[in-house]
Ligand binder design. Structure first.
Ligand SMILES: Cc1cc2nc3c(=O)[nH]c(=O)nc-3n(C[C@H](O)[C@H](O)[C@H](O)COP(=O)(O)OP(=O)(O)OC[C@H]3O[C@@H](n4cnc5c(N)ncnc54)[C@H](O)[C@@H]3O)c2cc1C
Length: 364
């Protein structure tokens, strides 16, 4: 998505773009994610500004490319006790709370917004600015729109192997591609060419487990998170969060896998549910079952009904700046060649604004 959004920016500004993809079709983090355009947990300052700008761009692009499935659905994070509620209240007291559309709602008000939440909880943090898109198909639809301009070419099944001069790269078919600018948006592939060009890359890889259910049979009108998400997102840092961390342990499985609940309904009615976070290498090559059982329990407690059958399970890997306050790693690595990677767990959200910043900085 980072590469595709750079293509979008360049084509919008009247340039011609060739996008080179190693796989027959993109298979990276950008289609394995929740499709959350997630404003709620972002750190105040540059990160929030980027996310808010990106949300604006997603909405605008979504109006032109309906296949993205952009939906301004907001999110609810149900809380079950006074400790969790205190974290939500601290979030709502932030000076930037209005920009995020934060509010506290009672359980009854939460059910008026999202009637599928028939389970037990006391109140919820509402974030009006959160939105969603369809990650599995978003790039296909964006490319269709790009192709229609006549200024865009997609070359799948080719790996970029070498920089061979100013703004020129060679692929593994031996073909050389020249441009005014080359953007390497290589996601979590940090070895090979990327390591050669940027040996001290301040970026790490993080692996997540996900699942998707059969259709719920009713709308889930907002995305949903649980209070464990407070522990992972910088916007929630507060004395109240310290108290939560000190006084309320995560479930052992959740703690062992660095878990939170995030859940978004897909347009076919199924639920995308996650996630875990694995930081240590070597990563597991298989998916393990315990985290799925934990997530199922949490979701069922919020929905007050059994979860539909799980239809798909997968894992994904994203690249994250080791200094997690940095929105992205954008560095010139050769004449006319820039590397843009490391947006972390917010890369789907921020990709349009990251690409816009590149375009502005390079004067496209
Ligand atoms: C499970 C999961 C859930 C997530 N949920 C969210 C979410 O809900 N919201 C959010 O904002 N973010 C989320 N993220 C993060 C987000 O998905 C990523 O930050 C973002 O997709 C990164 O985009 P990218 O284009 O940099 O990487 P990728 O999507 O991985 O794309 C990189 C592409 O480069 C290609 N490539 C690499 N090297 C070469 C080469 N040498 N030559 C040619 N092609 C090459 C790869 O094949 C790949 O297609 C999630 C991530 C994961 C894994």
């Amino acid at each position: 998505m980072v590469g595709t959004m750079h293509a979008w920016q360049a084509v919008e500004r009247g340039h011609e773009v060739v996008q080179i993809e190693r796989e027959a079709e993109a298979r990276g983090a950008s289609l394995r994610n929740f499709g959350q355009i997630w404003v709620s947990g972002r750190a105040g300052g540059e990160e929030l500004d980027t996310a808010l700008r990106a949300r604006e761009l997603w909405e605008r692009i979504g109006a032109r490319v309906p296949g993205l499935g952009f939906r301004a659905i907001g999110s609810l994070t149900p809380v079950r006790n006074p400790r969790e509620l205190a974290v939500a209240e601290a979030a709502v007291a932030r000076p930037d709370a209005t920009a995020r559309g934060y509010g506290i709602v009672t359980a009854e008000e939460a059910r008026a917004i999202n009637p599928a939440l028939r389970g037990s909880f006391e109140a919820a943090l509402w974030c009006e600015r959160d939105a969603a898109v369809e990650p599995r198909t978003a790039q296909l639809h964006l490319r269709e729109a790009l192709r229609a301009t006549g200024r865009y070419t997609f070359l799948p099944g080719r790996e970029v192997r070498e920089v061979v001069g100013t703004g020129a790269v060679r692929d593994d078919h031996g073909e050389v591609h020249r441009g005014d600018v080359v953007i390497l948006a290589t996601g979590a592939w940090l070895s090979g060419l990327v390591r050669e060009l940027d040996p001290d890359l301040p970026v790490r890889r993080v692996r997540l487990q996900m699942m998707q259910t059969a259709p719920l049979g009713e709308p889930l009108t907002t995305s949903v998170a649980d209070a464990d998400s407070f522990r992972y997102y910088p916007a929630y840092r507060s004395q109240a969060l310290d108290d939560l961390n000190a006084g309320q342990r995560q479930a052992p499985i959740a703690a062992a896998h660095n878990m939170q609940l995030l859940m978004v309904q897909r347009q076919d009615g199924g639920l995308t549910i996650g996630d875990t976070h694995e930081y240590e290498h070597p990563f597991a090559f298989d998916t393990v079952e315990d985290p799925y059982e934990h997530l199922t329990e949490v979701v069922e407690s919020f929905l007050g009904r059994p979860l539909p059958a799980i239809r798909r399970r997968w894992a994904g890997v994203y690249a994250q700046c080791t200094d997690t306050t940095r929105v992205v790693h954008r560095r010139q690595v050769a004449d006319g060649v820039w590397l843009v990677t490391g947006p972390g767990g917010r890369g789907m959200t921020c990709s349009p604004a990251i690409a816009e910043t590149t375009a502005n900085e390079l004067g496209w």
